[in-house]
Design a protein around this ligand. Structure first.
Ligand SMILES: *Cc1c(COP(=O)(O)O)cnc(C)c1O
Length: 383
Protein backbone atom coordinates (compact mmCIF):
# COMPACT_ATOMS: atom_id res chain seq x y z
CA UNK A 1 0.00 0.00 0.00
CA UNK A 2 1.17 3.55 -0.66
CA UNK A 3 1.97 5.69 2.35
CA UNK A 4 -1.38 7.44 2.66
CA UNK A 5 -4.02 5.13 1.22
CA UNK A 6 -7.58 6.43 0.83
CA UNK A 7 -10.37 5.51 3.23
CA UNK A 8 -11.99 2.82 1.07
CA UNK A 9 -8.58 1.21 0.51
CA UNK A 10 -7.86 1.18 4.24
CA UNK A 11 -11.27 -0.31 5.01
CA UNK A 12 -10.55 -3.21 2.66
CA UNK A 13 -6.84 -3.73 3.39
CA UNK A 14 -5.80 -2.40 6.83
CA UNK A 15 -5.47 -5.43 9.10
CA UNK A 16 -6.94 -7.46 6.25
CA UNK A 17 -3.69 -8.49 4.56
CA UNK A 18 -3.78 -11.98 2.99
CA UNK A 19 -3.08 -14.77 5.49
CA UNK A 20 0.72 -15.33 5.50
CA UNK A 21 0.34 -19.13 5.88
CA UNK A 22 -2.15 -19.87 3.12
CA UNK A 23 -2.73 -16.70 1.13
CA UNK A 24 -6.41 -16.65 2.18
CA UNK A 25 -7.79 -13.26 1.15
CA UNK A 26 -10.32 -13.17 4.00
CA UNK A 27 -9.01 -12.97 7.57
CA UNK A 28 -9.37 -16.46 9.13
CA UNK A 29 -11.58 -16.98 12.18
CA UNK A 30 -9.42 -18.39 14.98
CA UNK A 31 -11.88 -20.21 17.25
CA UNK A 32 -9.35 -21.12 19.90
CA UNK A 33 -9.27 -20.47 23.62
CA UNK A 34 -5.57 -21.13 24.08
CA UNK A 35 -2.24 -21.36 22.23
CA UNK A 36 0.63 -23.86 22.46
CA UNK A 37 3.69 -22.19 23.94
CA UNK A 38 7.25 -22.98 22.90
CA UNK A 39 8.80 -22.78 26.37
CA UNK A 40 8.43 -20.86 29.58
CA UNK A 41 7.74 -17.26 28.59
CA UNK A 42 8.10 -18.20 24.91
CA UNK A 43 5.05 -17.87 22.66
CA UNK A 44 3.95 -16.45 19.33
CA UNK A 45 2.31 -13.40 20.89
CA UNK A 46 -0.86 -15.17 21.97
CA UNK A 47 -1.48 -16.97 25.27
CA UNK A 48 -5.22 -16.98 26.00
CA UNK A 49 -8.09 -15.59 23.92
CA UNK A 50 -9.57 -13.33 26.59
CA UNK A 51 -6.28 -11.39 26.43
CA UNK A 52 -5.89 -11.59 22.65
CA UNK A 53 -6.93 -13.50 19.56
CA UNK A 54 -5.53 -13.15 16.02
CA UNK A 55 -8.91 -12.41 14.40
CA UNK A 56 -9.53 -9.72 17.01
CA UNK A 57 -6.06 -8.24 16.48
CA UNK A 58 -6.82 -7.82 12.77
CA UNK A 59 -10.12 -6.08 13.46
CA UNK A 60 -8.51 -3.79 16.03
CA UNK A 61 -5.81 -2.85 13.48
CA UNK A 62 -8.46 -2.13 10.88
CA UNK A 63 -10.64 0.09 13.10
CA UNK A 64 -7.62 1.97 14.46
CA UNK A 65 -6.62 2.77 10.87
CA UNK A 66 -10.11 3.97 9.92
CA UNK A 67 -10.34 6.39 12.89
CA UNK A 68 -6.63 7.31 12.52
CA UNK A 69 -6.00 6.25 16.12
CA UNK A 70 -2.99 4.67 17.80
CA UNK A 71 -4.90 1.47 18.58
CA UNK A 72 -8.42 0.12 18.96
CA UNK A 73 -9.94 -2.32 21.45
CA UNK A 74 -13.10 -4.24 20.60
CA UNK A 75 -15.76 -5.40 23.03
CA UNK A 76 -18.85 -7.62 23.05
CA UNK A 77 -21.20 -4.69 22.40
CA UNK A 78 -21.21 -0.91 22.25
CA UNK A 79 -22.33 -0.83 25.89
CA UNK A 80 -19.48 -3.16 26.90
CA UNK A 81 -17.06 -0.76 25.19
CA UNK A 82 -18.53 2.23 27.04
CA UNK A 83 -18.44 0.27 30.29
CA UNK A 84 -14.74 -0.51 29.79
CA UNK A 85 -14.10 3.13 28.99
CA UNK A 86 -15.64 4.43 32.24
CA UNK A 87 -13.94 1.60 34.15
CA UNK A 88 -10.70 3.53 33.57
CA UNK A 89 -12.06 6.15 36.02
CA UNK A 90 -12.09 6.10 39.82
CA UNK A 91 -14.72 6.64 42.49
CA UNK A 92 -15.24 10.40 42.94
CA UNK A 93 -14.51 11.24 39.30
CA UNK A 94 -17.03 13.38 37.44
CA UNK A 95 -18.18 13.21 33.81
CA UNK A 96 -19.86 15.96 31.82
CA UNK A 97 -22.22 14.31 29.32
CA UNK A 98 -24.51 15.41 26.54
CA UNK A 99 -28.17 15.42 27.60
CA UNK A 100 -29.43 13.63 24.50
CA UNK A 101 -27.31 10.45 24.42
CA UNK A 102 -28.18 6.96 23.24
CA UNK A 103 -30.62 5.74 25.91
CA UNK A 104 -28.42 2.84 27.08
CA UNK A 105 -25.56 5.16 28.00
CA UNK A 106 -27.33 7.18 30.76
CA UNK A 107 -28.89 3.89 31.93
CA UNK A 108 -25.38 2.47 32.47
CA UNK A 109 -24.12 5.70 34.00
CA UNK A 110 -27.06 6.39 36.35
CA UNK A 111 -28.17 2.90 37.30
CA UNK A 112 -24.81 1.10 37.43
CA UNK A 113 -21.75 3.34 37.52
CA UNK A 114 -23.14 5.92 39.93
CA UNK A 115 -23.24 3.06 42.48
CA UNK A 116 -19.43 2.94 42.16
CA UNK A 117 -19.04 6.60 43.00
CA UNK A 118 -18.84 8.13 39.51
CA UNK A 119 -20.71 11.42 39.15
CA UNK A 120 -22.49 12.59 36.01
CA UNK A 121 -23.84 15.93 34.79
CA UNK A 122 -26.03 16.06 31.68
CA UNK A 123 -25.93 19.30 29.74
CA UNK A 124 -26.71 20.75 26.33
CA UNK A 125 -23.35 20.36 24.59
CA UNK A 126 -24.56 22.07 21.40
CA UNK A 127 -23.17 25.23 23.02
CA UNK A 128 -19.50 24.71 23.83
CA UNK A 129 -19.58 27.33 26.62
CA UNK A 130 -22.01 25.08 28.56
CA UNK A 131 -19.29 22.43 28.64
CA UNK A 132 -16.78 24.86 30.10
CA UNK A 133 -19.26 25.92 32.79
CA UNK A 134 -20.06 22.33 33.78
CA UNK A 135 -16.44 21.25 34.25
CA UNK A 136 -15.52 20.87 37.93
CA UNK A 137 -12.30 20.15 39.80
CA UNK A 138 -13.04 16.41 39.73
CA UNK A 139 -14.17 16.28 36.08
CA UNK A 140 -12.13 13.73 34.12
CA UNK A 141 -14.19 13.18 30.98
CA UNK A 142 -16.47 15.10 28.65
CA UNK A 143 -18.69 12.57 26.87
CA UNK A 144 -20.34 13.73 23.65
CA UNK A 145 -22.46 12.22 20.90
CA UNK A 146 -22.77 14.22 17.69
CA UNK A 147 -25.21 14.15 15.99
CA UNK A 148 -27.39 13.15 18.94
CA UNK A 149 -29.99 10.46 19.17
CA UNK A 150 -32.83 11.07 18.27
CA UNK A 151 -32.83 14.89 18.11
CA UNK A 152 -29.95 15.10 15.60
CA UNK A 153 -28.30 18.08 17.30
CA UNK A 154 -24.57 18.70 16.71
CA UNK A 155 -21.78 19.68 19.07
CA UNK A 156 -18.69 21.54 17.92
CA UNK A 157 -15.89 19.04 18.50
CA UNK A 158 -13.05 21.44 17.74
CA UNK A 159 -14.37 24.03 20.22
CA UNK A 160 -15.09 21.44 22.92
CA UNK A 161 -11.71 19.73 22.50
CA UNK A 162 -10.00 23.09 22.90
CA UNK A 163 -11.81 23.58 26.24
CA UNK A 164 -10.97 20.03 27.30
CA UNK A 165 -7.30 20.49 26.50
CA UNK A 166 -7.18 23.73 28.51
CA UNK A 167 -8.95 22.10 31.48
CA UNK A 168 -6.95 18.87 31.20
CA UNK A 169 -10.09 16.79 30.74
CA UNK A 170 -10.42 13.90 28.25
CA UNK A 171 -12.89 14.26 25.39
CA UNK A 172 -14.73 11.06 24.41
CA UNK A 173 -16.92 11.03 21.30
CA UNK A 174 -19.49 8.37 20.43
CA UNK A 175 -19.14 8.40 16.63
CA UNK A 176 -21.65 5.61 15.91
CA UNK A 177 -24.05 7.74 13.84
CA UNK A 178 -21.48 9.10 11.39
CA UNK A 179 -18.90 6.30 11.23
CA UNK A 180 -15.27 7.30 10.58
CA UNK A 181 -16.20 7.72 6.92
CA UNK A 182 -18.06 10.99 7.59
CA UNK A 183 -16.53 12.22 10.86
CA UNK A 184 -13.07 11.89 12.40
CA UNK A 185 -13.20 13.08 16.03
CA UNK A 186 -9.54 12.30 16.86
CA UNK A 187 -8.44 14.66 14.10
CA UNK A 188 -10.57 17.38 15.73
CA UNK A 189 -8.87 16.90 19.10
CA UNK A 190 -10.88 14.14 20.81
CA UNK A 191 -8.91 11.70 22.98
CA UNK A 192 -11.03 8.59 22.52
CA UNK A 193 -13.73 7.50 20.06
CA UNK A 194 -16.45 4.95 20.79
CA UNK A 195 -18.63 3.03 18.34
CA UNK A 196 -21.32 0.48 18.54
CA UNK A 197 -19.97 -1.64 15.66
CA UNK A 198 -23.46 -3.19 15.68
CA UNK A 199 -24.51 -0.23 13.52
CA UNK A 200 -22.76 1.18 10.42
CA UNK A 201 -19.34 -0.45 10.90
CA UNK A 202 -20.74 -3.96 10.67
CA UNK A 203 -23.65 -2.65 8.62
CA UNK A 204 -25.58 -5.89 8.12
CA UNK A 205 -27.61 -6.13 11.36
CA UNK A 206 -26.13 -9.56 12.09
CA UNK A 207 -23.93 -9.08 15.12
CA UNK A 208 -23.34 -6.89 18.16
CA UNK A 209 -20.02 -5.29 18.96
CA UNK A 210 -18.29 -2.20 20.28
CA UNK A 211 -14.95 -0.48 19.93
CA UNK A 212 -12.91 2.19 21.65
CA UNK A 213 -10.33 3.84 19.41
CA UNK A 214 -7.50 5.48 21.35
CA UNK A 215 -5.42 8.52 20.53
CA UNK A 216 -2.64 7.44 22.92
CA UNK A 217 -0.80 4.20 23.71
CA UNK A 218 -1.48 4.77 27.41
CA UNK A 219 -5.24 4.46 26.89
CA UNK A 220 -4.76 1.53 24.51
CA UNK A 221 -2.76 -0.33 27.18
CA UNK A 222 -5.31 0.40 29.90
CA UNK A 223 -8.14 -0.88 27.73
CA UNK A 224 -6.16 -4.00 26.73
CA UNK A 225 -5.72 -4.63 30.43
CA UNK A 226 -9.49 -4.20 30.95
CA UNK A 227 -10.21 -6.68 28.13
CA UNK A 228 -8.10 -9.22 30.00
CA UNK A 229 -9.26 -8.25 33.48
CA UNK A 230 -13.02 -8.08 32.92
CA UNK A 231 -13.35 -10.09 29.73
CA UNK A 232 -16.20 -8.45 27.78
CA UNK A 233 -14.31 -9.08 24.53
CA UNK A 234 -15.70 -9.58 21.01
CA UNK A 235 -15.65 -13.23 19.88
CA UNK A 236 -13.56 -14.23 16.84
CA UNK A 237 -16.75 -15.01 14.89
CA UNK A 238 -18.18 -11.53 15.48
CA UNK A 239 -14.77 -9.96 14.72
CA UNK A 240 -14.90 -11.70 11.35
CA UNK A 241 -18.36 -10.28 10.66
CA UNK A 242 -17.20 -6.73 11.35
CA UNK A 243 -14.06 -7.28 9.24
CA UNK A 244 -16.27 -8.41 6.37
CA UNK A 245 -18.88 -5.67 6.86
CA UNK A 246 -16.35 -2.86 7.10
CA UNK A 247 -14.87 -3.65 3.67
CA UNK A 248 -17.90 -1.98 2.08
CA UNK A 249 -18.19 0.88 4.60
CA UNK A 250 -17.20 3.63 2.15
CA UNK A 251 -19.54 2.34 -0.56
CA UNK A 252 -22.41 1.86 1.87
CA UNK A 253 -22.02 5.27 3.51
CA UNK A 254 -22.13 7.00 0.12
CA UNK A 255 -25.52 5.39 -0.62
CA UNK A 256 -26.78 5.90 2.96
CA UNK A 257 -25.98 9.59 2.59
CA UNK A 258 -27.56 9.94 -0.85
CA UNK A 259 -30.71 8.11 0.25
CA UNK A 260 -30.74 10.02 3.56
CA UNK A 261 -30.80 13.38 1.77
CA UNK A 262 -33.57 12.20 -0.54
CA UNK A 263 -35.73 10.90 2.32
CA UNK A 264 -35.18 14.10 4.37
CA UNK A 265 -36.26 16.25 1.39
CA UNK A 266 -39.26 14.01 0.77
CA UNK A 267 -40.39 14.12 4.42
CA UNK A 268 -39.80 17.87 4.56
CA UNK A 269 -42.23 18.36 1.69
CA UNK A 270 -44.84 15.84 2.89
CA UNK A 271 -48.14 17.32 4.11
CA UNK A 272 -48.52 14.73 6.92
CA UNK A 273 -45.08 15.49 8.41
CA UNK A 274 -44.87 18.41 10.83
CA UNK A 275 -41.10 18.76 11.07
CA UNK A 276 -37.89 16.99 10.09
CA UNK A 277 -34.61 16.84 12.02
CA UNK A 278 -31.65 16.20 9.69
CA UNK A 279 -28.32 18.07 9.64
CA UNK A 280 -28.41 18.23 5.85
CA UNK A 281 -31.47 20.52 5.79
CA UNK A 282 -30.57 24.21 5.54
CA UNK A 283 -32.94 25.13 8.38
CA UNK A 284 -31.23 22.70 10.80
CA UNK A 285 -29.78 24.78 13.69
CA UNK A 286 -26.26 23.37 13.16
CA UNK A 287 -26.31 22.99 9.39
CA UNK A 288 -23.21 25.17 8.98
CA UNK A 289 -21.33 23.18 11.63
CA UNK A 290 -22.44 19.94 9.96
CA UNK A 291 -20.86 21.08 6.69
CA UNK A 292 -17.64 21.98 8.48
CA UNK A 293 -17.33 19.01 10.81
CA UNK A 294 -18.68 16.12 8.76
CA UNK A 295 -18.04 15.12 5.16
CA UNK A 296 -21.61 13.83 4.73
CA UNK A 297 -24.94 14.13 6.53
CA UNK A 298 -25.58 10.41 6.95
CA UNK A 299 -28.88 8.62 6.97
CA UNK A 300 -30.36 9.20 10.42
CA UNK A 301 -33.53 11.29 10.33
CA UNK A 302 -36.15 12.06 12.97
CA UNK A 303 -39.55 13.47 12.05
CA UNK A 304 -42.71 14.55 13.83
CA UNK A 305 -46.02 12.84 13.12
CA UNK A 306 -47.96 14.89 15.69
CA UNK A 307 -49.04 12.20 18.16
CA UNK A 308 -48.44 8.70 19.50
CA UNK A 309 -51.55 7.60 17.61
CA UNK A 310 -50.25 8.93 14.30
CA UNK A 311 -46.82 7.38 14.87
CA UNK A 312 -48.38 4.02 15.64
CA UNK A 313 -50.65 4.17 12.58
CA UNK A 314 -47.74 4.85 10.29
CA UNK A 315 -45.43 2.29 11.90
CA UNK A 316 -48.07 -0.42 11.50
CA UNK A 317 -48.31 0.38 7.79
CA UNK A 318 -44.67 0.24 6.67
CA UNK A 319 -43.73 -2.85 4.65
CA UNK A 320 -40.25 -2.32 3.25
CA UNK A 321 -39.02 -0.31 6.23
CA UNK A 322 -38.46 -2.65 9.18
CA UNK A 323 -40.03 -1.43 12.41
CA UNK A 324 -37.51 -2.23 15.11
CA UNK A 325 -34.66 -1.01 17.29
CA UNK A 326 -31.15 -0.42 15.97
CA UNK A 327 -29.79 1.47 12.97
CA UNK A 328 -27.01 1.54 10.44
CA UNK A 329 -27.93 -1.65 8.58
CA UNK A 330 -28.26 -2.00 4.82
CA UNK A 331 -32.02 -2.29 5.37
CA UNK A 332 -34.13 0.74 6.25
CA UNK A 333 -35.00 0.59 9.95
CA UNK A 334 -37.67 2.71 11.56
CA UNK A 335 -38.31 3.18 15.28
CA UNK A 336 -40.25 5.09 17.92
CA UNK A 337 -37.79 6.73 20.37
CA UNK A 338 -40.30 7.60 23.14
CA UNK A 339 -41.31 3.97 23.69
CA UNK A 340 -38.19 2.17 22.47
CA UNK A 341 -34.63 3.53 22.77
CA UNK A 342 -35.65 6.37 25.10
CA UNK A 343 -38.47 4.68 27.04
CA UNK A 344 -36.23 4.28 30.08
CA UNK A 345 -35.68 8.04 30.36
CA UNK A 346 -39.21 8.60 31.66
CA UNK A 347 -41.74 11.11 30.35
CA UNK A 348 -40.44 14.08 32.32
CA UNK A 349 -36.83 13.75 31.09
CA UNK A 350 -38.04 13.19 27.54
CA UNK A 351 -40.17 16.33 27.67
CA UNK A 352 -37.24 18.30 29.13
CA UNK A 353 -34.96 17.48 26.21
CA UNK A 354 -37.70 17.60 23.58
CA UNK A 355 -38.43 13.99 22.65
CA UNK A 356 -42.14 13.83 21.80
CA UNK A 357 -44.54 10.88 21.52
CA UNK A 358 -45.09 11.67 17.85
CA UNK A 359 -41.43 11.40 16.87
CA UNK A 360 -40.35 8.66 14.50
CA UNK A 361 -36.71 7.94 13.75
CA UNK A 362 -35.55 6.41 10.52
CA UNK A 363 -32.22 4.86 9.62
CA UNK A 364 -32.33 5.01 5.85
CA UNK A 365 -30.90 1.89 4.24
CA UNK A 366 -29.32 1.35 0.86
CA UNK A 367 -32.34 -0.09 -0.97
CA UNK A 368 -33.53 1.64 -4.16
CA UNK A 369 -34.64 5.09 -3.14
CA UNK A 370 -37.94 4.95 -5.07
CA UNK A 371 -38.98 1.87 -3.10
CA UNK A 372 -38.17 3.54 0.24
CA UNK A 373 -40.07 6.72 -0.67
CA UNK A 374 -43.09 4.79 -1.93
CA UNK A 375 -43.29 2.79 1.30
CA UNK A 376 -42.99 5.90 3.47
CA UNK A 377 -45.58 7.76 1.37
CA UNK A 378 -48.24 5.07 1.66
CA UNK A 379 -47.61 4.67 5.41
CA UNK A 380 -47.80 8.45 6.02
CA UNK A 381 -50.97 8.77 3.98
CA UNK A 382 -52.62 6.15 6.22
CA UNK A 383 -52.33 8.55 9.17
C1 LIG B 1 -26.47 1.25 19.71
C2 LIG B 1 -25.69 2.34 20.27
C3 LIG B 1 -24.91 2.15 21.41
C4 LIG B 1 -24.86 0.82 22.15
O1 LIG B 1 -24.32 -0.20 21.37
P1 LIG B 1 -24.74 -1.75 21.49
O2 LIG B 1 -23.90 -2.40 20.47
O3 LIG B 1 -26.21 -1.84 21.23
O4 LIG B 1 -24.42 -2.18 22.89
C5 LIG B 1 -24.15 3.22 21.86
N1 LIG B 1 -24.20 4.43 21.24
C6 LIG B 1 -24.95 4.64 20.16
C7 LIG B 1 -24.96 5.99 19.52
C8 LIG B 1 -25.74 3.61 19.63
O5 LIG B 1 -26.50 3.85 18.56
Amino acid sequence: MKEKPGFATLAIHAGQEPDPLTGAVAVPIYPTSTYVQQGIGENKGYEYSRASNPTRTRLEENLAALEAGVAARVFASGMAAIHALVSMLKSGDHLVCGNDLYGGTPRLFNQVMSGFGLEFSYIDTTRAENVEKAIRKNTRVVYVETPTNPLMRLSDLTAISEICRRKKVRLVVDNTFMSPYFQQPLAMGADLVVHSTTKFLNGHSDGLGGVVVCGTQEHADKLAFLQKASGAILSPFECFLVLRGVKTLAARMEIHDRNGRAVADFLNGHKKVQSVLYPGLIDHPEHALAKRQMSGFGSMITFETGSLKNANKMLKKVHLCSFGESLGGVETLISHPATMTHGGLGEKKRREIGITDGMVRISVGIENIDDILEDLDQALNAM
